[in-house]
Design a protein. Structure first.
Length: 134
């Protein structure tokens, strides 16, 4: 078993005692992302759709840093402070994922860090590397 800590400046830096992601063999565990702008570490301005989009962009940056892409996500957890925003999550998720979609859970929560309205974490399975025949 090989374990690697994933870190990128293209996603918000950890604001606690955790890593952006941990890669164990071909499985990558992406920590929860809230809609922080990586360059400023400030919550994105605007409506919930802007927050959801920023979260997907942050997850995408970590996925790429781990050697994958969002299409490699096999499980996505969505945390919302208002579950009436779930249709907006579905709409925006359709811009980032194609069928077959990952498994997913949507959880209503009372509050999220820094006053965010949405947070997501994910599990990603990287494809097997194929090497050309010698």
């Amino acid at each position: 078993m090989t374990k690697e800590i994933i870190q990128t400046d293209k996603a918000p830096q950890a604001i606690g005692t955790y890593s952006q992601a941990v890669k164990v063999d071909r499985t990558v565990y992406l920590s929860g992302q809230i809609p922080l702008v990586p360059e400023t570490m400030v919550l994105i301005e605007g409506e919930i759709d802007a927050q959801i989009t920023q979260v997907f962009e942050n997850l995408k940056a970590v996925a790429v840093a781990a050697g994958g892409e969002l299409s490699d996500v096999v499980k996505l957890n969505v945390f919302l402070t208002d579950l009436t925003h779930f249709p907006i999550v579905n709409e925006i998720m359709g811009r980032y994922f194609q069928q077959p979609y990952p498994a997913r859970a949507a959880i209503g929560v009372a509050a999220l860090p820094k006053g965010a309205q949405v947070e997501m974490d994910a599990v990603m399975q990287l494809p097997v590397q194929e090497y050309p025949a010698c």
